[in-house]
Design a protein around this ligand. Sequence first.
Ligand code: CO
Length: 181
Amino acid sequence: MAIRRICKYGEKILHRKTRKVSFDELKKDLPALLADMFETMDAVGGIGLAANQIGLSLRLAAIKIKREDAEPVSIVIINPEIVEKTGSLYEEEGCLSFPGLFAKVRRAAKVKVRALNEKGLPIEINAEGLFAKALQHEMDHLDGIVFIDHLPLMSRLKLKPTLVKLKARWKKLDESKMKPM
Ligand code: CO
């Protein structure tokens, strides 16, 4: 297992739609890839990670949420599609590709998602609250959409100076990690 580097805002792979997965072609490499994805999420305290966030154009994502009032969620979604959306939420979100940035985003409150699981079997997920938000956030990633793309134009413009500063910080972090111990 290995912790993968997470691509940051501005890297092209984050802003491109991912390729649909052929489960048969991927299944040999899938267990190691998923182990890395979960390990990477754990290392940085994330609740969701899309394959293109670690540089792979594959329509798959992993979600792991600890919940006080319900069973923990640990799920892999391959080639997911949202088939139903209801209600509305307007809550703060963050993203592993934007460390240090948070913004309020409007999402559906409940979603129904169809996907394949890590065994290649079709699953249907009914989610609400944080789980529903995470599914929508990760599926956006798979379509090349990042959370700030949902903000109104004026809010995005106001964020620009903050993003410039954050990008400089992310670059330093990446460089410091590359130095030999
Ligand atoms: Co994200």
